[in-house]
Design a protein around this ligand. Structure first.
Ligand code: HEM
Length: 298
């Protein structure tokens, strides 16, 4: 059986262990803002989201290396806590619509196939190919990253849960994936920008934006159609889906406090009306994030 520490060992095995940093999404920075509910009550009954609430968030580049390039073809992430200590909804979402693994074993095998080879100076592509052939469900995540240029700014990125949560509504329980839809639209880097920007451009670009205006996303639920896979966050949902907007996530300023830098976004913190995804990955996250947080000090 996989222990939470085994998952962190797998991340450290591929990316190295870096004191003071998260085992995954090591490079990032904290921000603050507000959640602004819709003026009309949304169709979904999440009582916690009916008032304006503080937001603590962190934007990040996927992977466990603190010096990852902001141009690297990995995911971008947002850790988001809506509310305060008494009542909060925490989530950590990524720019790919689906995740790269659907079980603890697959998470470890995915990373093991990418451990840098000392002679090649990077992952052994034969091992990656063999992993992909044996685990075709993990390919849509990789295909998305291959075909989607990294974002120009964290504010021009869309973020997804992969997991299907359940939500209580007046018409019964619905299943939905979470989607943060950027007001500015999704904008990827052009080849020129890739060539000319520094490897650390994302912080400056975002702070420049916040100097002039706020950054906004609509927090949406993408409602599952009959037949959509609710148990596998690696499986894309095909076709059109109805969406329910819950309100606006508005990011206003950088947060350079110690609390901002070290905050853990534990996705098991959910308000009344939101219920945990029923897949084989979700329950692994909270204990794994706790091990990562404890190891940051070592
Ligand atoms: C077995 C499943 C997973 C494991 C073991 C795992 C592991 C981790 C770890 C160790 C961290 C750093 C935690 C910390 O030190 O605070 C992290 C952060 C993060 N993870 Fe996961 N993860 C998993 C699944 C997911 C999924 C499904 C998503 C989204 C679709 C996701 C998105 C993120 C994001 C956005 C962050 C950065 C949060 C921050 O800024 O602190 N992870 N993950």
């Amino acid at each position: 059986m996989t222990r939470p520490a085994d998952l962190i060992d797998a991340l450290n095995g591929t990316f190295g262990r870096h004191k003071g940093y998260r085992a995954s999404h090591a490079k990032g920075f904290a921000v603050q803002g507000r959640f602004i509910p819709l003026s009309e009550a949304p169709e979904v009954a999440i009582p916690a989201l009916r008032t304006e609430l503080p937001i603590a968030a962190r934007f990040s580049v996927g992977g466990g290396k603190p010096n990852m390039s902001d141009k690297s073809p990995s995911v971008r992430g947002i850790g988001l806590t809506i509310g305060d200590a008494d009542l909060n909804w925490s989530m950590a979402l990524i720019s790919a619509p689906v995740f790269f693994a659907n079980s603890a074993e697959q998470f470890r095998a995915f990373l093991a196939a990418r451990v840098p080879d000392s002679e090649l100076g990077g992952p052994n592509l034969e091992k990656v190919k063999a992993f992909n052939a044996a685990h075709p469900n993990t390919v849509p995540h990789q295909e998305f990253l291959k075909t989607t240029p990294p974002c120009l700014c964290y504010s021009t990125e869309a973020y997804h849960s992969g997991h299907a949560y359940q939500f209580e509504t007046p018409i019964g329980t619905i299943s939905a994936r979470i989607f943060l839809d950027p007001e500015a639209g999704r904008v990827g880097l052009t080849d020129d920008e890739k060539a000319n920007l520094s490897d650390d451009f994302l912080y400056d670009t975002f702070l420049q934006k916040l100097g002039a205006e706020v950054a906004r996303w609509t927090l949406k639920l993408v409602v599952a159609n009959p037949g959509d896979d609710l148990q596998d966050p690696t499986t894309p949902w095909q076709g059109t889906h109805s969406e329910i907007s819950l309100g606006t996530v508005q990011i206003e300023q950088a947060d350079t406090s110690e609390a901002g830098q070290t905050r853990v976004f534990d996705p098991t913190h959910m308000p009344k009306g939101v219920m945990a995804p029923q897949d084989n990955i979700f329950a692994l996250r909270s204990p794994a994030y706790a091990v990562s947080a404890a190891r940051r000090a070592d």
